[in-house]
Design a protein around this ligand. Structure first.
Ligand code: GLU
Length: 483
């Protein structure tokens, strides 16, 4: 085996990138980059029934978006291609034939009906279902004859009947399994396509993969793969099976409890940095309290030794928190760019909103926002006049005497010239003093009048951002409507 680290992400193109797939891709990428190795993308599309148009392009686009760049793969030849399994069918057939010649595989002519019968019989007897090895010892001339007659057949591997197979997994330690529980796995189907098991072993070997890093759901397949390596006489790669992803209730992560497609999180407005940071922690941790990691920092710190065995809970609250943190830390100019892009697609697209105005909204709202869209959706009053008033707040804050008190406040505001927030503040204090009431008697109804709601960023910030004319307009309108 070459000493260079070579790892691969080998998705079956199903139409979208599952968050579990992103985690596998990321860990492979981090491991490769940490060791100056190569990260290979291989498309495992031998299940023709599951083919989805455009799935590969979409997968590559999503990986690119996340910043997980592959060194070799479709369209990026590194000398080990082709990297799409459906373009490698001849290679698999040749290797299956080799195994037959060496006596490690055999042709099986059993019909689907016969296999179904065995399955039902085994089920009825409460036995585990496996092939009964009916064709394992057919005489060579019989095989020849049936092949010549064009009989449908598959190729199966000849699993040893006795003995125990053991292997080392970097994450799980020593794994041992008795040969007798392994099925004589089909390696070439009747349509001539390889099964996953043959294709993955042949490709990992021919592509000089040094470490196979993949989800735990593939662990039960690994003994079959190891047997195939032995049959071929090839050196084993190292294996690392990543812990399962779980829903908060500890069941296996499923669509039913939330989104699983990376694309869904992307379109909801999560930042790629937050998603990558979040996914990195699904099974790995740095061994201390730090939680915010850029991709470069992850490359520096990542190791398989710090990947745990137990299932990793997918907690959307944590992802939200990370998004909030990333928004808080983002350079203002970048927030501005993203906000403008968001507004261009919003009902406010037609408004002329200058950068100065938008930056003040950002400064007022950023700490209250998880997503860019929150800068608008949580404070629509920066973009339009309130059309209604929160009735609970009206009941609590707008008393019979409030209208006339607000008129007093209006008079103070009317005298201001180009006011900043502190001028609004002192005008309000002055009005409260002359009315001999507490400032809060004015502050709460004023907030309601200009925003329609009872909470938000600092009141004087809001006033300074919308400006004197708009404040006066909104206050007058509220006095009239809330009589
Ligand atoms: N094609 C398999 C998948 O869809 C790859 C499993 C492996 O990495 O060996 O995940």
């Amino acid at each position: 085996m070459s000493t260079q680290i070579r790892v691969r992400f080998a998705p079956s193109p199903t139409g979208y990138l599952h968050v579990g797939g992103l985690r596998t891709a990321l860990y492979n990428y981090l491991f490769a980059k940490h060791h100056d190795g190569k990260f290979v993308l291989r498309i495992e599309d031998t299940d023709q029934a599951r083919r989805v148009e455009g799935a590969v392009e979409n997968l590559i686009a999503t990986l690119d978006w996340a910043g997980i760049r592959f060194d070799e793969g479709p369209g990026r030849d590194g000398g080990y291609g082709p990297y799409v399994q459906s373009e490698r069918l001849e290679i698999y057939r040749k290797h299956a034939d080799d195994l037959i010649k060496k006596g490690f595989a055999y042709r099986c002519f059993c019909t689907p009906e016969r296999l179904e019968e065995i399955r039902q019989r085994q089920n009825a007897a409460k036995l585990s279902t496996s092939y009964d090895r009916h064709c394992r010892d057919l005489a060579a001339d019989e095989v020849e004859r049936r092949l010549n007659a064009g009989e449908r057949n598959v190729i199966r591997m000849k699993v040893p009947l006795e003995g125990v197979l053991t292997f080392e997994d970097i994450i799980r330690g020593t794994v041992a399994i008795a040969h007798e529980v392994l099925d004589d796995q089909v390696i070439i189907k009747s349509d001539g396509f390889p099964t996953y098991h043959l294709a993955v072993v042949v490709d990992d070997h021919l592509m000089a993969i040094s470490h196979v890093i993949r989800g735990e759901e593939w662990l039960p397949s690994t003994p079959k793969h190891i047997l195939l390596y032995k049959f071929f006489g090839w050196e084993l790669p190292k294996f690392a099976h990543l812990p399962l992803l779980l829903n908060p209730d500890k069941s296996k992560l499923s669509k039913r409890q939330g989104d699983v497609a990376v694309e869904d999180y992307r379109s909801k407005g999560y930042f790629k940095e937050a998603i990558v940071n979040f996914v990195a922690f699904l099974g790995w941790n740095p061994g201390d309290e730090r939680e915010i990691f850029s991709l470069e920092e992850l490359v520096r710190e990542f190791s398989l030794e710090r990947v745990g065995k137990s299932g990793a809970v997918f907690n959307v609250e944590k992802l939200n928190w990370l998004n909030f943190e990333y928004l808080k830390r983002m350079p203002e100019a970048e927030v501005l760019r993203l906000l403008k892009a968001y507004l261009a697609q919003s009902p406010y697209a037609g408004q002329l909103l200058d950068d100065h105005f938008l930056l003040s909204v950002i400064r007022a709202m950023r700490e209250r926002a998880t997503f860019i869209k929150d800068l608008v959706e949580k404070s629509p009053y920066f973009f339009e006049r309130p059309t209604q008033y929160d009735q609970d707040v009206v009941k609590k804050r707008w008393k019979p005497e409030t209208g006339s008190q607000m008129k007093r406040l209006l008079e103070e505001f009317a005298q201001l010239q180009n006011p900043g927030k502190e001028h609004f503040e002192s005008a309000l204090h002055k009005a409260a003093e002359s009315l001999q009431i507490k400032t809060s008697e004015l502050i709460h109804p004023l907030r309601l009048a200009v925003s329609g709601v009872g909470a938000g960023p600092g009141l004087y910030d809001i006033l300074a951002i919308i400006g004197k004319e708009e404040t006066i307009h909104r206050l007058s309108a509220a006095i009239e409507k809330l009589q």
